[in-house]
Each structure stands twice: as C-alpha cells, then as structure tokens.
Write a protein that binds this ligand. Structure first.
Ligand SMILES: [Zn+2]
Length: 402
C-alpha cells in the first residue's frame, strides 16, 4: 500500500507530494532532502488499525492542503531504494519491485496468520523484537539477578506469535537465533551453515583441539565478544529505518546497488556505524583464525608464523584476516571489509554530498567516495557477517549453547 500526502518545505516553500510504502512497523520515519533547497525534511508514517495510516510532518515541513498533478513527487519506501527515474515518479510501485527482488528467498512458515506476503521475507516489528532480544542477551550475560529471563523470553515468543501462531521459543539460544535468522536470511545462513559444517568436521577429526578452543573461548572471548555484538546490533536496529532501505539487496546477495537512490537519508546517524561494525567483526576474527589453525592440524593457538598473543595484540586490524584468507569458508566473512572506509567512518572523516559519500582513508589521507546506497549496503553486509559469526559462536562454543 502506498500512502500519499502533500507537504510544504518550511525553508523554501516548495509544495510536494510524498508517496511512502507502508511497512510492517507501527511507525517509520523518513528523512530526505527537499528537492528544491536540499534542506533535510522528515516525515513519519504512522499505522493505526488496518488499513489506517497517516503522515506526521516533522522536521522543516508541514502538511499542505492543496494537491495537484504538477507537484514534485518524492517516493519513499521502508524496504526499498529507487532507480533514478522512479525516485520522483508518480507511477512508481516499489512494493512490486521488492517482491521481484526477494521472491526466490521467501519462505512460508507454517501457521502464517497473515496473508501479507511481505511477511514471508520481512520480520514484522523488527525494532520492538530487538528490544526484547537485547534484554534477553543482557539478562543472560549478567546472570539474571532478578530471575526475569524466562519472562522476557516468553514476551518475545508471544510477540512472534502475533504473526506466526505456531512459533514457540523457551530458550535464550532460540530467542537470539530465531530473531537474527528471520531478520537476515538467506545471507546469514549462507555464511553460518558452511562455518558450522567446518566446526563439525573439525570436531570429528581434531576433537581435542576444538575442545581446547571452546575452553579458551568461554574464558577469554565470550564475554567481550557478546558485549561488542550487543552494542553493535543496538546501533543497527536503532537506525533500522535507514539500513533497511537497502537490506533486501544484501540479504539476497544482489550487489548492483550503485545506481539506486535511497529515499530517506539520515547520514549523521549512521556515519560512524561502518567503523564500529568493522571493529566488531575484526575483533571476532580471532575465532576464525583459531579454527584455521586447527584446520591445518595445529593447536588452536599455533599460527603458521606468530603466536596467538601477537595475533591479538600486535596485528593491525586490516591484517587480521590474512591468516585465513585462503580458506573460502572463513574468508567469506571478510567480503565487506574495507579498511579505508573504516578509517573514514571510525574517525568521522566522512560526509554525505547528495547521493555520494566522501571519506578520507588513513595514511595518505586521500579522499575517496562511493554512492550513498553502497555505503548502506556495506553496513548491511558487514552486519550480516557479524550476526552470522555471533550465531556460530553461540551455537558451537558459548555457555548459551542449546
Ligand atoms: Zn526546501
């Protein structure tokens, strides 16, 4: 469903039409550039009882009464970006393009109560669910001092049953994995499955070495890794309205995003995100590096040319993937690594200029740029890699195992 509304830019007086796809969230904010004066405008789509939906005009704009076919159109969609020709087209129907994009990756869960086919790909009320998942992760980490963990898991389960009546979940593990798997499939599974297969194979032939790593993981890595993952995903889902406009592309493995126009842009909210995700992922590479050691018949902490301490303490972040770059199952996690973009994002040496993102890399400080759509795509890709690695750590090595 497309919700149409007329607004007026309070800066330059331009009257415009917004056409926004109505998604599955109770509210969705869209910030975009005024087509005339390029000031940031923000509108919010709010959902009442179906099929009721309306706009709130927030930053730099107000509702305008008159409507006319001559007004400039701005298309917005929570889960889709636009081609240049569609961005201002009154005939754009991004929901149809969305289904074309995700059709092959849809899965129809048993007991689906809603006929809305978008539920076969998207996780309804993702942000509300994340708040519960985050609480479950945190309670598990701090030992659940007030004994409320089962209640929070039950709340998550109940929320999922609003859309999936067969859904059942009674463990921390299922709560976390079901959330990330449903929000990020199929890409997350494409990373997770082969890595789990490798761990299973290694357990069969190098059982003691894997058990040694598991002990090390629980003692030295688990707590810090989960704190980093949790902080990262909290930032990701806080800005989900931004990232989800490109998320379907990363999920289904489409990389042709450079020509796409993202309707809503709140760059200041996401400009540091890539740097944070890069730190989280490269910090967690120690798991992949140790598995690579075992895969080469060595103990988990014996590298070909260095000690584990040196790997953790001395190796530059950009070199952390080098030891396992020849192992495809492990190297798949490095696809979204871009150390120049990390330097720009991490040090806030990054800015948006229309549809481009300009950033300065470390070292030479040379200015580089990429399309804004690709920046969001990179953020989504690296987030999926982090989530996949977290789920494998959770399932294979952590104290939260089933
Ligand atoms: Zn304006």
């Amino acid at each position: 469903m497309v919700l149409r509304g007329c607004g007026e830019c309070l800066v330059c007086g331009l009257k415009f039409v917004v056409r926004a796809g109505v998604g599955l969230e109770q509210e969705c904010a869209h910030s975009f550039d005024c087509p005339n004066c390029f000031s940031p405008l923000t509108v919010k789509v709010k959902l009442g009882a179906p099929p009721t939906a309306w706009y709130e005009f927030l930053e730099n704009c107000r509702v305008a009464e008159e409507d006319s076919p001559d007004l400039t159109v701005v298309n917005l969609h929570p889960s889709m970006a636009f081609s240049l020709e569609d961005y201002h087209s009154p005939q754009a129907f991004p929901s149809l393009d969305f289904f074309d994009l995700v059709d092959a990756a849809m899965r129809v869960p048993a007991g689906t109560r809603h006929l809305d086919v978008s539920l076969h790909f998207e996780l309804p009320e993702t942000k509300a669910l994340w708040a519960l998942v985050k609480s479950v992760m945190s309670l598990h980490s701090n030992g659940d001092p007030a004994g409320v963990l089962p209640k929070q898991i039950a709340r998550y389960s109940e929320k999922r049953r609003e859309y999936l009546k067969e859904f059942r979940c009674s463990t921390t593990f299922k709560c976390i994995t079901s959330f990330f798997d449903d929000a990020l499939h199929p890409a997350i599974g494409n990373l997770r499955r082969p890595l789990r297969g490798l761990v299973r194979d290694l357990r069969a032939i190098q059982g003691q070495a894997v058990a040694d790593f598991e002990n090390y993981y629980r003692a030295e890595l688990e707590s810090d890794n989960f704190a980093r993952y949790s902080a990262l995903f909290d930032d990701y889902f806080s800005n989900f309205d931004q990232f989800r406009q490109l998320l379907a592309y990363a999920r289904v493995g489409r990389d042709d995003v450079d020509e796409l126009i993202v309707g809503a842009k709140r760059f200041n909210d996401v400009k540091l995100y890539y740097g944070q995700a890069y730190e989280t992922l490269t910090s967690a590479y120690v798991t992949l590096a140790c598995l690579n050691n075992i895969n080469h018949g060595r103990s988990f902490d014996t590298f070909a040319a260095m000690s584990l301490t040196k790997y953790i303490k001395d190796l530059n972040k950009a070199q952390k993937s080098a030891p396992f770059s020849a192992a495809p199952v492990l190297a798949a996690f490095t696809k979204w690594e871009d150390s120049a973009l990390r330097n720009g994002s991490h040090h806030a040496a990054i800015a948006r200029d229309g549809e481009r993102v300009k950033y300065r890399s470390g070292g030479t400080g040379a200015e580089r740029e990429m399309p804004y759509s690709r920046y969001l795509h990179m953020c989504n890709g690296i987030t999926i890699a982090c989530a996949a690695l977290m789920l494998v750590e959770l399932q294979e090595f952590s104290t939260i195992k089933t």
